[in-house]
Design a protein around this ligand. Structure first.
Ligand SMILES: Cc1cc2nc3c(=O)[nH]c(=O)nc-3n(C[C@H](O)[C@H](O)[C@H](O)COP(=O)(O)OP(=O)(O)OC[C@H]3O[C@@H](n4cnc5c(N)ncnc54)[C@H](O)[C@@H]3O)c2cc1C
Length: 341
């Protein structure tokens, strides 16, 4: 019999984040489909009562908690100790956690301590009786693998955007509190504050409704035979500011900066979308001055609606990859859209 353990942590306000709630939906479904399985849940954090209440209707038999100020911040040493305690107490054979930056750092270490195996970025699963098969994308190889394991415990981190958010009415549940002692040696790392760029210069916004992608065309000679880098930067920043869009890029554009050419200071490889870049999930996408070659477009597969601006009516996007292609000068069109916004 498998024991499925759902692991989670609250966000700063005490509630469960989107990724945790989506993973919970997946785990509830997994428990429903897997024959002869037991379902339990585990929570770590400063005060986990709100998070437990939010998930209380999920059907888990036991709710394990490790809480207190020592577990408030994301710190690998204390998180690993807390998660290990929950895994051992529950006797879990399948451990499922959301792909959060906090868990990405801690869960692999827990798998190591329990001599388990881990598969990250799980994008779906199928169940045949008592056999679980997971799906995982190997983006660079452009493959989706379907795999199963006999080794236990089997740790899985579920990607966001795969399942809808869990919504269930709270019910009264008893929690089982585990006492995990954190010695001074584990307290060596402390969060003393945050240093983050201003929201206005943070161009990667995973929750934005729109992904705006810039291609290398912005840096090419235009109709007047000149390059207009400064104007391009102004237009791109303006549309980001006006629309609240997240900024993506083609590989060619971000590569130019690493090759020593001063291009756009607000753009780095983190913005790159595609086979060797990211695979963002936004309801809509708009690409401008980008040709739409397959290694780039493969990164768009989770974008709901794709629109494109290109001077060339025969660009790669025109080959059935975009929903709408505007054959137009992006400098003029994007500036006009920003003005209207
Ligand atoms: C193994 C491998 C992995 C790769 N991985 C990635 C990846 O992850 N992501 C990625 O993006 N690429 C990737 N590439 C590169 C990819 O194949 C393309 O070379 C790249 O995406 C092209 O970038 P681009 O469209 O910005 O540039 P270009 O192909 O040069 O296109 C520029 C476009 O801008 C248009 N344009 C110019 N001026 C204007 C204007 N004023 N108005 C409107 N349009 C204008 C032009 O018509 C042209 O179509 C990979 C390649 C390989 C071999």
């Amino acid at each position: 019999m498998e024991t499925i353990l759902f692991l989670t942590h609250p966000e700063d306000d005490g509630s469960l984040g989107r990724s945790a709630l989506e993973t919970l939906t997946g785990v509830v479904e997994l428990n429903r489909q897997l024959s002869d399985a037991k379902f339990v849940a585990g929570f770590i954090g400063d005060d986990v009562s709100t998070a437990v209440a939010e998930a209380s209707g999920c059907g888990a038999k036991t709710f394990y908690t490790v809480s207190g100020p020592d577990f408030k911040m994301s710190r690998c040493a204390s998180d690993t100790a807390a998660l290990e305690a929950i895994c051992r107490a529950s006797g879990a054979t399948i451990v499922v956690a959301p792909t959060t930056s906090r868990f990405n750092r801690a869960i692999p270490g827990v798998a190591q301590r329990l001599d388990g195996r881990i598969d990250t970025h799980v994008g779906g699963f199928t169940v045949n009786g008592a056999e679980l098969r997971i799906q995982r994308g190997y983006y660079r190889q452009r493959m989706i693998a379907s795999l199963t394991r006999t080794a236990r415990p089997w740790f899985l981190t579920f990607d966001s955007g795969v399942f809808p958010k869990w919504e269930g009415a709270p019910v009264a549940v008893q929690t089982e509190t585990l006492n995990v002692k954190i010695g001074d040696e584990l307290r060596k790392t402390n969060v003393t504050g945050y240093k983050a760029p201003l929201a206005s210069v943070q161009t990667i916004r995973p929750d934005a409704k729109l992904l705006f992608v810039a291609g290398v065309g912005w840096t090419k000679k235009q109709a007047d035979g000149q390059v207009h880098l400064e104007e391009a930067a102004k237009i791109i920043l303006h549309i980001l500011d006006k629309s609240g869009a997240s900024l993506g890029s083609s590989k060619s554009l971000v590569d130019q900066s690493s090759e020593g050419q001063g291009v756009f200071s607000f753009m780095s490889h983190l913005n790159q979308v595609g086979q060797t870049g990211s695979t963002p999930r936004h309801p809509k996408g708009l690409a401008a001055c980008c040709h739409g070659e397959e290694p780039h477009v493969v990164g768009w597969r989770f974008i709901g609606e794709r629109r494109v601006i290109n001077l060339d009516p025969n660009c790669g996007w025109a080959q059935g990859k975009a929903d709408v292609l505007y054959v137009a000068d992006a400098f003029e069109l994007v500036a006009k859209v920003s003005e209207l916004l």
